[in-house]
Design a protein around this ligand. Structure first.
Ligand SMILES: O=C(O)c1ccc[n+]([C@@H]2O[C@H](COP(=O)([O-])O)[C@@H](O)[C@H]2O)c1
Ligand SMILES: Cc1cc2nc[nH]c2cc1C
Length: 349
């Protein structure tokens, strides 16, 4: 079985030659040069990832990494912790937000339990590190060994999915309280005060926000995560869902497929993944700009500009699947449009 380092070593730079060819092809399509804007940039990125001009993201999959968080004990979230388990049952039934939207976009949903505080759930892959991470306000979320194993197993899972025909992976999550560790990660990796990274999550009351901010501040002060070592950051102030997502990103890049990010939690996980394996960056496709505070900071650090502005903050991967039609549009445009030449149109410069 491959180690995390072996998986990372497989990540290839995008195919620059194919990207240049794609760029020339796009300029020759029956439209003013550059007039399809970011759709053109996306088509070029996809051609570099797929190493082919004939781009198609036919089999799309949204992977939901779900876990509970020990920091729940600090009173940092409104929803009862059991909602992670209960909403996972809704995912199995296909009635959660992301399941309905994914079906609409003709994408599969893969459910993974990386640490829900429950017994294993039928219809959900059991990748439990353990039932709930440590309370980051008083201790590490997980050991370094647990973090590496989580990254490794999740990366292998993504590779397996690609081996079974998946051509594009979206990253989703579920975990009551997870915006708190995510805020801690973003604070550490973007060198930002918790005031700028802590947001409302799933409707945490504004008049109790200072408490949440203090919890994040305490988590960082107690754990002293090393900003230059993202595995340390994940282990000390992260969570099993966030680590699982980072692993999926690394595995998807190693397997040569695009990764569509979702909201704030995806951004926090991407910061971890990119710090561990900077080579994954060209494989990342942003989707929407989550309304969660801290998202913009993380996106700027990631140097990504989202395609959609929908004021969404559900999570689950709901924003990622909303970007799937844009990816299909880029593929259709690049492979089906007629050319200026065939149309006898000569555009003077
Ligand atoms: O995706 C986002 O940007 C996002 C922003 C806020 C909340 N969430 C979802 O809400 C849950 C976390 O919220 P909280 O308040 O419990 O930390 C978790 O299950 C996420 O899927 C997701
Ligand atoms: C109902 C509910 C569904 C969710 N999905 C993602 N986070 C969630 C939080 C709540 C509270």
């Amino acid at each position: 079985m491959q180690s995390l380092n072996q998986i990372i070593a497989q990540i290839r730079p995008l195919d620059r030659l194919v990207m240049e060819e794609m760029s020339i092809r796009l300029d020759g399509l029956v439209k003013p040069v550059g007039s399809l804007g970011r759709l053109e940039q996306l088509a070029i990125q996809l051609s570099g990832i797929y190493r082919n001009l004939n781009i198609s993201a036919s089999h799309k999959q949204l992977i939901v990494m779900a876990a509970d968080h020990g920091v729940y004990a600090e009173g940092i979230t409104l929803a009862p912790q059991a909602v992670t388990y209960l909403q996972m049952l809704n995912m199995v039934k296909g009635v959660s937000g992301v399941c309905v939207l994914a079906k609409q976009m003709k994408a599969d949903v893969l459910l993974v339990d990386t640490g829900i505080d429950s017994l294993p759930i039928e219809g959900v892959l059991n990748y439990k590190v353990r039932r709930s991470s440590g309370n980051i306000a008083t201790q590490a979320a997980m050991s370094r060994e647990e973090a590496i194993t989580l990254l490794e197993r999740s990366a292998r899972l993504a590779i397996e999915q690609v081996n079974h025909g998946v051509r594009l992976i979206g990253t989703g999550e579920l975990g009551m309280g997870n915006t708190t560790p995510a805020a801690a990660i973003v604070s550490v990796l973007c060198d930002a005060e918790p005031e700028h990274t802590v947001g409302v999550g799933a409707n945490f009351p504004q008049d109790r926000m200072q408490h949440r901010i203090e919890v994040v501040r305490r988590a960082i002060a107690i754990n002293q995560p090393d900003a230059n070592d993202s595995i340390d950051v994940l282990a000390k102030v992260g969570g099993f869902d966030l680590g699982g997502m980072a692993g999926i990103m690394i595995g998807a890049a190693a397997a040569g497929v695009p990764i569509v990010l979702d909201g704030f939690l995806s951004c926090a996980a991407a910061l971890i993944a990119v710090n561990i394996a900077p080579q994954i960056h060209p494989y990342l496709i942003p989707s929407h700009r989550s309304a969660e505070k801290g998202t913009q900071l993380a996106l700027e650090k990631l140097n990504l500009v989202p395609y959609l502005e929908m004021s969404m903050r559900l999570g689950e991967g709901s924003g990622a699947v909303m970007a799937f039609p844009i990816i299909d549009a880029a593929c259709a445009m690049a492979t089906k449009m007629g050319s200026l030449n065939e149309s006898n149109i000569l555009l003077s410069d």
